[in-house]
Structures are given as structure tokens and as C-alpha cells.
Design a protein around this ligand. Structure first.
Ligand code: ZN
Length: 209
């Protein structure tokens, strides 16, 4: 075999391996993370959230409790709280959700909330005014430490991810890689992004170079 042929074969094998290395994509609806201080304010001192179901990331769960997000123009009711409690409260909505609320929410990585707008949370007659923490979550891939080596990616990398679907395949750019040995590898997009690519359960993403 000549060199050219071998190179082509190697390229094909690498492409095939990359294809198999795709990862599960999950669509996150609007949700709230609360500090214990804000759980106390909304549900009572020392209140513990009730686990409804566990999420793909170890230890993370959707709680049974719900809150209302109140903006200057309108409200979003029945918004799920994700546990466990965090050091700082954070509200994650889609850009579409921001319209009825009457607020502008910046695209930020989770936890990066300095300088973001505040919002009001309500549970019945109890309210909490967050000084900051309203964001549209930047799309990201949680990558386990072991998979990061296989996928040749590192914490903080910005990659492109291809989504194949009927009628609406697309490539997302500006996807953040987040690596931790506490993660299970999965991509998180919001509902605006999910609708844009005809997401359905089982949709997989593939890093493209
Ligand atoms: Zn995530």
C-alpha cells in the first residue's frame, strides 16, 4: 500500500472512533439553584429539599418543591429547584423565558454570576429578592476526567459540537468543556437550543475540529 492510501485509512479509522465517542445530550429546562439561606427564606428555617429524581450528574437532583420567578413584566410559575443547596443562588432561564419576565439575562457559565441581574423568587406568600444570579447558561459538556483524556479535551476548552437530527442538524460553536472526576460525560443545552436542533431523548453530540 502506498502512503497516501494508509493516511486515508487512518483518517477513516480516526473519524469512526470519534463518531463512537459521541456523548449524550440533555436539554435543561428553566430551573433554580438555592443557597440554604434562600431555602430557609422561602420554605422555613432549616428546611430540607425533597428529592424527586436524580439527574445525570452524580448527587444532583430535581426537588419536589417549586418556586415562582417574578420579573418586572411577568412571572414563570412552577419552576423546578435543583439540589443540593449551593453557596450562591442562581436562576437559569432560556432567552425565550426572559421575554415574558421582562428582563435581560446574560449568557454565563454556571457559577459566574458577578454583575448579573437579580430577580424575585416566590413560594406562596414568602419571597426572596436575589441581588444577582439570573443567567442563560452557556452551553457546555460535562466531561469525566477519564473521558477528557480519550476525547483530547481540557477544562475550559471551547469546542464545536455537531448534532445530527432529522431536518435540523447543526453545529453548536462556543461550547465550554468542563472536566471533573465527579462528572458523567454529557452535554447540556437549554430548550431554545434543543428546539433549534430538534432535540429528542437520546440525541448525541460529537466534537468537530
Ligand atoms: Zn450542566
Amino acid at each position: 500500500m502506498n502512503e497516501q492510501l494508509i493516511d486515508n485509512l487512518v483518517d477513516q479509522v480516526v473519524a469512526k472512533i470519534n463518531e463512537e465517542r459521541g456523548f449524550l445530550v440533555e436539554a435543561s429546562g428553566r430551573h433554580v439553584h438555592l443557597s440554604q439561606e434562600h431555602i430557609d427564606a422561602l420554605f422555613g428555617k432549616g428546611y430540607q429539599l425533597t428529592i424527586d429524581k436524580y439527574l445525570s450528574q452524580p448527587g444532583q437532583y430535581a426537588a419536589k418543591e417549586r418556586v415562582t420567578i417574578l420579573g418586572p413584566k411577568g412571572a414563570l410559575h412552577n419552576v423546578v429547584i435543583l439540589g443540593p443547596a449551593r453557596s450562591a443562588s442562581q436562576v437559569e432561564i432560556s432567552a425565550t423565558d426572559a421575554l415574558p419576565l421582562g428582563v435581560k439575562a446574560p449568557v454565563r457559565e454556571s457559577g459566574d454570576i458577578e454583575g448579573t441581574p437579580g430577580i424575585v423568587l416566590m413560594n406562596g406568600s414568602k419571597t426572596v429578592t436575589l441581588e444577582k444570579g439570573l443567567i442563560v447558561a452557556k452551553r457546555h459538556v460535562h466531561v469525566s476526567a477519564a473521558d477528557a483524556i480519550k476525547m483530547n479535551v481540557a477544562q475550559g476548552d471551547i469546542v464545536k459540537v455537531r448534532i445530527n437530527s432529522e431536518q435540523r442538524s447543526l453545529i453548536f460553536d462556543d461550547v465550554v468543556i468542563r472536566v471533573s472526576d465527579k462528572f458523567v460525560t454529557a452535554m447540556h443545552i437549554d430548550y431554545d437550543e434543543a428546539n433549534a436542533c430538534s432535540f429528542k431523548k437520546g440525541t448525541r453530540g460529537y466534537i468537530v475540529k
